[in-house]
Design a protein around this ligand. Structure first.
Ligand SMILES: [Zn+2]
Ligand SMILES: [Zn+2]
Length: 360
């Protein structure tokens, strides 16, 4: 008979999990493995709420196993390390993003792209090497192979940098990989949510000219004054879009709802790159003719490898980049999820795990 979540491992742990497709989260007792030779064990202090958490707890992607304990924007302080751990010691500030395991043998792993490993293990809703389910950061403690642990710069506040572990790397990686990180370039950011606001901050820190493209005219002031974008386009305003045609070296498209690509492709210069980082449930229509005219590229990108995630957070430390967050107590999480459905957050909820997660 399969062991219960409380009996699978020796260390008792506590968090909030969803039990069914209602997605309602409630207190959940489970267990974590003892600190292995290469493991880092840490006390979780903060965990961001990513839009994927919302999809997963409701099984909207079709592969959720319940109980589902989400959270992959996790930061805390190391309490114990294994004998072979080199990068961390007790007391260090540490983070974990979307990944906790990969094969370490494939071509992608060899190129520090664990995020594209066919055998990657997600931080939650996956099965670990030992056959037990992975549970995420809406919990009191984490145990992780040190390879997947990220050192957090001393100057960054832990709550504000938690979202960088998913939203940050998801936007930093394509800016770097697609060469959209050169001063003087012009980059568009479509959608001003958790991902979009991180994209604006990183692109500005690279010295790039940033234009936010949004369906909501009301976000203009926010984008240009608070986040420092250079300009703002209302995507439904035909005249504005027309005037900006052929001006962008690249676009980071963070929108996960259905939306037309044609106007975005039109904004690109020749050789411009439209990079999708949102994940619409249904395929989008791809107009090919305008791609041919100007040798343009439509591409995708998904989070980033561990080496690049460390590079991203060190860069964030150097440039004082954090996410704009609304800090919430653990028992507010279900309300936060309802608000997230309506995009009613600027720009990321972060759960104050350390102060508000109380063992039942
Ligand atoms: Zn995420
Ligand atoms: Zn691999």
């Amino acid at each position: 008979m399969a062991k219960s979540p409380e009996q699978q491992h020796p260390v008792q742990a506590f968090g909030w999990a969803a039990r069914d497709t209602s997605g309602v989260l409630s207190p959940f007792k489970f267990s974590r493995r003892a600190t292995g030779d290469k493991d880092v064990t840490f006390k979780v202090l903060y965990c961001g709420i990513c839009h994927s958490d919302l999809h997963q707890i409701k099984n909207e992607w079709g592969f959720t196993n319940y109980p589902c304990l989400p959270g992959h924007e996790i930061v805390g302080v190391v309490t114990e390390v294994g004998n072979e751990v080199k990068k961390f010691k007790a007391g260090d500030r540490v983070g974990v993003g979307c990944l906790v395991g990969s094969c370490h043998n494939c071509e992608d792993c060899s190129n520090n792209l664990e995020n594209y490993c066919p055998k990657l293990i997600f931080t939650y809703c996956s099965t670990y090497f030992d056959g037990t389910p992975t549970y995420g950061g809406y919990s009191d403690l984490m145990v992780v192979d040190e390879h997947f642990a990220i050192a957090i710069p001393e100057n960054l506040p832990l709550d504000g940098c938690a979202p960088l572990l998913c939203a940050g790397i998801t936007t930093y990686s394509p800016l770097r990989h697609f060469g959209l990180d050169k001063p003087g370039m012009h980059v568009g950011v479509v959608g001003l949510g958790g991902l979009g606001h991180a994209a604006v901050k990183f692109a500005k820190a690279f010295g790039v000219k940033v234009t936010v493209i949004s369906t909501s005219p009301g976000k203009k002031q926010e984008a240009t004054e608070r986040l420092g974008a250079d300009s703002f386009l209302v995507s439904r305003d035909h005249a504005q879009m027309q005037a900006a045609m052929g001006t962008m070296d690249g676009i980071i498209d963070t929108v996960s709802a259905q939306h037309p690509l044609l106007p975005l492709i039109g904004l690109l210069k020749s050789h411009g790159k439209l990079v999708m980082v949102g994940a619409p449930e249904k395929p989008l229509e791809l107009p090919v003719f305008p791609l041919l005219m100007g040798r343009k590229i439509v591409a995708g990108s998904c989070i980033g490898g561990i080496k690049e995630t460390q590079e991203m957070i060190d860069f964030a430390g150097k440039h004082n980049i954090t996410a704009d967050i609304e800090l919430i107590p653990m028992d507010y999480v279900n309300t936060a999820m309802e608000r997230l459905v309506k995009a009613d957050v600027r720009y990321r909820f972060v759960i104050d795990i350390g102060n508000t997660l109380k063992a039942a």
